[in-house]
Design a binder for this molecule. Structure first.
Ligand code: FAD
Ligand code: UDP
Length: 363
């Protein structure tokens, strides 16, 4: 008899398993349909001994000290400020757009102050910002929108930015200084020995049992448990009874090269060229030293694993229907990126899991 059955061994599932086992001394079964824990944050050493991220680059960053301290119980860190370039008009330019991006792109030599004036001149003010197109043209105008955002977004989501919530493109700031870091969070670091090692430590308590390669629906009738924590897709839990929620998927094309580095930073985006969106060389961010390097080209896909909930009004309304059903179940807790149908980063998922534990389970 288990006190909790947790569906999914990603951040949401593993954090809650750890809290329940260590703080409440209760028994937990984690059921995971893949052949490994870690969810989409899983990493592994490939046949050449390079540490790679199986499901796209996972750059850990947060401003939340509680989350950082909590994870620090299970890992040491490799501190790294992530950098990204965008290949636009034949040049590799810093992203987010900053002073150097604009000066190099247009052959100018503006100061920060002049760049503010420049943006004032080229922007297309939008009174009521609703879509991802609105949010970008309101800040930087049409030309930069076309060059950096429109093509990338159409490839990534199969939708025009005008069909997506503002929150999607609002993830990328615009700067007038020369700061070329992708994020400016206070803590930016990779688990020193990888995410998978961190998850192993997190779930090492003898009260935690991990059952891999199993869809919980196959075993639910044969295992007794008191409560469930569900971190899979919410529509799947309810057998898609209101219709399927749309997700965006990806195909990852790995290549190992006999050279130390392929590109100068861990990620180069290709908004307007090529079928892939980006090339990732995670070695820059993990700090691994190796005479070879592995790169990954990311091709967006309609079908496949549900990597991204798609933030737009009609999907949110459909999600709300499922959420109402979920709220009626007092013995099942829904949590995580797929169960919330929300574009959440890792630190946000950890924060939500810790909050769920404190508010609803820790008594
Ligand atoms: P998941 O990691 O998706 O885990 C859910 C688990 O449930 C999965 O392992 C799944 O196999 C399992 N499952 C589902 N259904 C069942 C079932 N029926 N039975 C058994 N098991 C089931 N975040 C950042 O902070 N920084 C980044 O740089 C970043 N980059 C990303 C890049 C990509 C390409 C993607 C897709 C995501 C990225 N994220 C990033 C987001 C990050 O992956 C998520 O925030 C985090 O993984 C969410 O954890 P989770 O536990 O909610 O979900
Ligand atoms: N985006 C873009 N051009 C870029 C990078 C991002 O238009 O060069 C948009 C795109 O819609 C993308 C979103 O901003 O999906 C969020 O980017 P982020 O890098 O956060 O995506 P993730 O790493 O989560 O896939």
């Amino acid at each position: 008899m288990f006190d909790f059955m947790i569906i999914g061994a990603g951040f949401a599932g593993c954090v809650l398993a750890e809290r329940i086992a260590n703080q409440l001394d209760k028994k937990v079964l984690i059921v995971e349909k893949r052949d490994h824990a870690g969810g989409n944050s899983y990493d592994y050493y490939n046949e050449d001994g390079l540490l790679v991220h199986k499901y796209g680059p996972h750059y850990f960053r947060t401003n939340n000290r509680q989350v950082f301290n909590y994870l620090s119980e299970f890992t040491k860190w490799y501190y790294h400020q992530y950098k990204i370039l965008a290949y636009v008009d034949g040049q590799f330019l810093p992203l987010p757009i900053n002073l150097d991006t604009i000066n190099n792109l247009y052959g100018l030599s503006l100061s920060s102050f002049e760049l503010e004036e420049f943006f004032e001149k080229v922007r297309t003010p939008v009174d009521d910002i609703k879509t991802s197109e609105d949010v970008v043209i309101d800040k930087v105008g049409r030309d930069l929108y076309e060059k950096f955002f429109r093509g990338y977004t159409r490839k990534q989501w199969g939708l025009d930015p005008s069909e997506l919530d503002a929150s999607v493109c609002a993830r990328i700031p615009v700067r007038t200084n020369r700061d070329d870091r992708y994020f400016n969070d206070k803590y930016q670091a990779m688990p020193r020995y990888g995410y998978t090692k961190m998850f192993e430590k997190m779930t090492s308590h003898p009260n935690i049992h991990l059952l891999l390669k199993t869809d919980y629906k196959e075993i639910i009738d044969h295992i007794s448990f008191k409560k469930m924590i569900y971190t899979g897709p919410i529509d799947e839990f309810f057998d898609h009874k209101f219709g399927p929620l749309p997700y965006r998927s990806l195909r990852f094309d790995f290549e190992t090269l006999d050279q130390e580095y392929f590109q100068p930073v861990s990620q180069v985006n290709y908004p307007n060229d090529c079928d892939f969106t980006r090339i990732v060389e995670i070695k820059h961010a993990t700090g691994q030293k190796h005479h070879k390097t592995t790169i990954v080209r990311e091709y967006p896909a309609e079908k496949g694993d549900p990597y991204y909930p798609i933030p737009r009004e009609q999907n949110r309304l459909l999600y709300e229907k499922y959420k109402q059903e979920a709220d009626k179940l007092s013995d099942v807790y829904f949590i995580g990126r797929l169960a919330y149908y929300k574009y959440l980063n890792m630190d946000e998922v950890v924060a939500l899991a810790l909050e769920l534990f404190e508010k609803r389970l820790n008594h």
